[in-house]
Design a protein around this ligand. Structure first.
Ligand code: NAP
Length: 293
């Protein structure tokens, strides 16, 4: 059996196309949605992500601001920049790129972003609203996973979804969204982590398996129930002497062998990644619409 490839690029393009008339509507009223990213240090993956976000803003006619602080910037400096962005009427969405260096508290940084501009949905108030089923913004990567499922004809309603990973960025908020009594959710959710016993026995019960652990090609065919849908959130660099860069990007799933067992699967790259950016743009447009209302 060969799995259907869930094309994240195509689905992200569809999400973006739906945003265009909303952006045009805002611009007709003199409002250009604006997204600001603050990055501390020069972690290559973070720099790349922020660059992709800024390119996406340009392509969609959004205003984009990137503030780069040195790796040794004090916490007070970062918080002052965020305060400035909170007060800037041209900025509707703010993201503070993680990971942050050790001198900066991630909790204080995410809590400093205005709840109305928190398009990454990391502020504790917005996290709480997601949990109780009344989200102001849906967190970008988890919302992207759900859009991929729904738009590829794999609605999670009534299904058993097993999530590998319980981070605040992916696993936890995804579980919170999927368990809601709502369209595109209504799943029975199991969350696994590094202390889970007999992981393969649990993953084999999944109708939908989401891998978000950051371990290259960790999920094997033997861990997947025949016919399951597999969503690979992982982005991992592995050494590859045949590439000019010296590395290639792989997911948390052994794509070739799992494709022989699953009914549908996302590739890496070209799966969840483009959706994260599309959902971030969507949240920024929503923030601008709320601000302009
Ligand atoms: P993270 O903060 O490192 O969390 C990893 C999670 O996986 C933790 O909950 C950890 O368990 C669990 N885990 C690690 N090894 C495990 C194992 N052997 N068995 C079971 N569970 C294990 O990572 P993250 O930020 O969630 O990111 C996960 C991956 O997704 C990374 O590759 C990242 O680059 C990628 N990512 C992609 C996107 C995208 O847009 N495509 C967005 C965000 C992240 P404990 O809690 O017990 O430590």
């Amino acid at each position: 059996m060969g799995a259907t490839i869930i094309d994240g690029k195509r689905i992200a393009d569809a999400v973006r196309a739906e945003l265009r008339p909303r952006i045009a509507g805002l611009r007709a009223r003199g409002v250009t949605p604006g997204l600001a990213a603050v990055i501390v240090g020069d972690d290559p993956a973070s720099v790349l992500y922020v660059k992709m976000k800024s390119q996406a803003c340009e392509e969609m006619g959004l205003h984009s601001v990137t503030l780069r602080l040195p790796a040794d910037a004090p916490e007070a400096g970062l918080l002052a920049e965020v305060r400035g962005l909170n007060a800037d009427p041209g900025v509707h969405g703010i993201l503070v790129q993680q990971p942050l260096p050790s001198q900066i508290s991630t909790m204080r940084a995410v809590s400093s972003v205005s709840v109305d501009k928190d398009v990454d949905c990391f502020h504790p108030e917005n996290v709480g609203l997601v949990l109780i089923g009344a989200p102001r913004f849906a967190p970008a990567t988890p919302a992207g996973v759900i859009e991929l499922l729904v738009r590829s004809g794999n609605d999670p309603g009534g299904k058993h979804v097993v999530i590998l990973g319980r981070s605040n960025i992916v696993g936890r908020p995804l579980a919170a969204l999927l368990m809601q009594k709502a369209a595109g959710a209504n799943a029975t959710v199991t969350v696994c982590h590094s202390a889970t016993r007999d992981l393969p026995a649990i993953t084999r019960t999944a109708d939908i398996l989401v891998a978000a652990i950051g371990r290259a090609e960790f999920v094997t065919a033997a861990m997947v129930k025949p016919g399951a849908v597999v969503i690979d959130v992982g982005i991992n660099r592995v050494a590859d002497a045949t590439r000019k860069s010296g590395f290639r990007t792989v997911g948390d799933v052994r794509f070739a062998e799992v494709s022989g067992v699953a009914s549908a699967i996302t590739p890496v790259p070209g799966g969840v990644g483009p959706m994260t950016i599309a959902m971030l743009l969507s949240n920024t447009v929503r923030a601008a619409e709320i601000a302009a209302a």
